[in-house]
Design a protein around this ligand. Structure first.
Ligand code: ZN
Length: 344
């Protein structure tokens, strides 16, 4: 029969080889090499042995112990490198792949248009003014010749804020601020967001964009107005557009006109945007009412001027062939990504 130590070594090595985890290895180590393990039990019997027997057993005991320790270490290293390999495999990154890239944003079509018009008017000597979206009732209505009982107030129903403030219904309010601050001769435009308490449909929104313009000088006439409007529309549409001038009434101009543009979406045949008429109201304009100048502290005997209000939102729809105004405020990237031309 083999020495029990040899037998113990053999069975321990089989278990080490068969171990499925580091925990299994630890169990084998404790049973064989631990303080109460099999080898420790053998050394307890040294006292009962003859010196020769003790020397031989002690030597064998050390050999077995060393072999088992080596086997345990070797197997443990295998487990560790397998774990490392698995981790590297799962976390592997292919550095040769192209980077996902940053998704560059782009300017909203209305913003793009606004910036183009600002450039155009700046080149014609106009200043670009800004004003608050929450306005006083005075700047939005009274100073523009729209007293409290005026029907224009009903047409421009808006959202009222506490303390007599309101969300401005037009950028004309900025003109009032401009007249009060700038001295004639003056040329200014005021682009911005405006609000109406409207029922929303394909051509009406509660929030949209306008661009207001005004020129005050000596002997300004309808001819000056027509020149600037023609220059503007040619630049915006990069082509001949058909326009018509109708008499229009706006409290702050006299005479007032309604400049219509032939619908660029349907070519004049009729569609939802032009309400089947073939024409789109684009531009109220006219010569500034002397009373408005006077309220701004400008002498109407010496100075006069023209003013116009441009529906920036409507203009963007015409230019890009957008048939529903609601797209513009939808925040829908499928829509907005089509205007990626001008990156931020
Ligand atoms: Zn149309």
């Amino acid at each position: 029969m083999d020495n029990p130590l040899i037998e113990l070594e053999r069975s321990a090595l089989v278990r080490v080889a068969a171990a499925a985890s580091i925990d299994d290895l630890e169990a084998v180590r404790v049973e064989a090499l631990g303080r109460k393990g099999a080898l420790a039990q053998v050394s307890k019997n040294f006292g009962k042995m003859s010196p020769e027997e003790r020397a031989a057993t002690g030597k064998l005991l050390n050999e077995v112990k060393q072999k088992l320790e080596q086997a345990l270490e070797g197997r443990k290293a295998e487990f560790e490198s397998a774990a490392l390999r698995a981790r590297l495999d799962s976390e592997w990154v292919d550095l040769t792949l192209p980077a996902p890239g940053t998704r560059a944003g782009s300017l909203h079509p209305v913003t793009q248009l606004q910036m183009e018009i600002e450039d155009l008017f700046t080149s014609l000597g106009f200043a670009v003014l800004d004003g608050p979206e929450v306005e006083t009732e005075y700047n939005n209505f009274d100073a523009l010749n729209i007293p409290p009982d005026h029907p224009a107030r009903d047409m421009q129903d808006t959202f009222w804020v506490e303390g007599g403030y309101l969300l401005r219904t037009h950028t004309s309010a900025v003109q009032v601020r401009g007249i009060g601050r700038l001295k004639p001769p003056l040329r200014m435009i005021a682009p911005g967001r405006v609000f109406r308490n409207e029922s929303v449909d394909a051509s009406h929104e509660h929030t949209f964009y306008q661009l207001e313009g005004m020129m005050v000088d000596r002997e300004v006439s309808v001819a000056n107005l027509t020149y600037f409007m023609t220059t503007l529309l040619t630049a915006i549409f990069h082509r001949e557009v058909t326009v018509r001038l109708r008499p229009g009434f706006f409290p702050f101009v006299e005479p007032g006109f309604e400049l219509d543009i032939q619908c660029l979406i349907c070519g004049g045949k009729g569609c939802p945007v032009c309400k089947q008429s073939g024409w789109v109201e684009l531009l109220p304009c006219g010569l500034v009412n002397p009373h408005v100048l006077q309220m701004g502290g400008i002498d109407p005997e010496e100075w006069n001027g023209f003013a116009f209000g441009l529906g920036l939102t409507r203009l963007a729809m015409m230019r890009y062939g957008i048939d529903d105004i609601r797209w513009l405020q939808s925040g829908d990237l499928r829509f907005l990504n089509q205007f990626g031309g001008a990156a931020l």
